[in-house]
Design a protein around this ligand. Structure first.
Ligand code: ATP
Length: 314
């Protein structure tokens, strides 16, 4: 645990959930502090959504404990729902209601006192860049605007814990920037945010990351410390045909992993000084004469594939 118990907003212990014979979550533990953005990342089907739904109190775990903002979610999910806000992948907006009507619907649902509603709505719409669209039907908003409206609705009752399941998937870069600006403000005010994402740049912005793999969390740390934990060192190799590079280097001595990154290849080696010359020889023998090899800093994607073992086998 990285925080004093007073600071902990979400505590998860030994969480388990199966669907028939599928063991979706196999003993997950973590704690999230107030003011943290805690990222859930990992391949499709690794259990992120199932954990999120259990945290939100909408799915009962088979075993394990969850405490959110001091409330035992398993024992009293309804009490927990008043302290947290959950934005699932498909957030329930009413497409035939306007932006403002959707917000008031959620304000009513969460019993936000009437005098606060107007001010809160104005503040959130401003932050989301949606003030000019209050009277537009939700069904006529762009995908990015819909996601931002979902976030506004999820925040109307000023929750202390926010659970966001892939909130920016398919959202344009400008809306994603607005979205993250809101998240940073919430973090500053001490809100704990648990968010799953498939975007590596978003993973990089999280305070800490839980790397999911087959229903467990084999690695959980800050992005910087996860990078330090990556075994080996990274070299970037550029050539006209990066796929041919990958084929030529697979399985060569000292090569721990290979990752195709657009027009270049990242390879992890055990020892850069020792291997670079030999790798040049290998490439030359394979007829690749235009390759440039240089040291590279790992990005979070390099770390994931290295730690989760999903690189092309070296
Ligand atoms: N309601 C359900 N009934 C049966 N199986 C389920 C159910 N929900 C999830 N699963 C299974 O549990 C496993 C974990 O799924 P989960 O949706 O939690 O993964 P995920 O990491 O969120 O993936 P994605 O990014 O695709 O949403 C998968 O094998 C999935 O098929």
């Amino acid at each position: 645990m990285t925080a004093d118990s007073d600071d902990i907003a979400v505590q998860v212990r030994e969480l388990r959930k199966s669907f028939g014979s599928v063991r979706a979550v196999r003993g997950v533990d973590f704690a999230v502090s107030k003011g943290e953005i805690f990222g859930l990342v990992g391949p499709d089907g690794s259990g992120k959504t199932t954990v999120m739904r259990m945290l939100a109190g909408v799915l009962r775990p088979d075993a394990g404990g969850i405490v959110v903002d001091g409330v035992d979610v398993v024992a009293d999910p309804e009490a927990a729902k008043l302290r947290l806000s959950y934005m699932p992948q498909r957030f329930g907006l009413y497409e035939d209601l306007t932006v403002a009507e959707n917000i008031f619907f959620y304000a009513e649902l969460f019993a936000v006192p009437r005098p606060q509603r107007i001010a809160r709505k104005r503040e959130l719409l401003d932050a989301a860049g949606l003030s000019a669209f209050q009277n537009r039907l939700a069904g006529q908003l762009s995908g990015g605007m819909k996601q931002k409206l979902g976030l506004v609705c999820a925040l109307i009752h000023t929750p202390r814990v926010l659970l966001l399941d892939e909130p920016t998937t398919g959202v344009d870069p400008v809306s994603r920037r607005d979205f993250w600006a809101i998240l940073y403000n919430l973090r500053e005010s001490g809100v704990a945010i648990v968010l799953s994402t498939a975007y590596m740049d978003e993973a990089e912005r999280c305070s800490r990351l839980a790397l999911f793999h087959a229903g467990a969390i084999p690695h959980c740390d800050t992005p910087a410390r996860l990078k330090k934990a990556m075994p080996g060192v990274l070299l970037a190799i550029t050539a006209a045909n990066p796929r041919a590079l990958r084929e030529a280097l697979a399985g060569k001595p000292g090569v721990l992993g290979i990752l195709l990154m657009g027009d270049r290849v990242h390879i992890r080696v055990d020892d850069a000084a020792k291997r670079t010359a030999a790798l040049r020889d290998v490439l030359r023998e394979s007829g690749i004469v235009d390759a440039e090899i240089e040291p590279a800093e790992p990005g979070i994607e390099d770390v994931f594939v290295a730690l989760l073992g999903s690189e092309k086998a070296a």
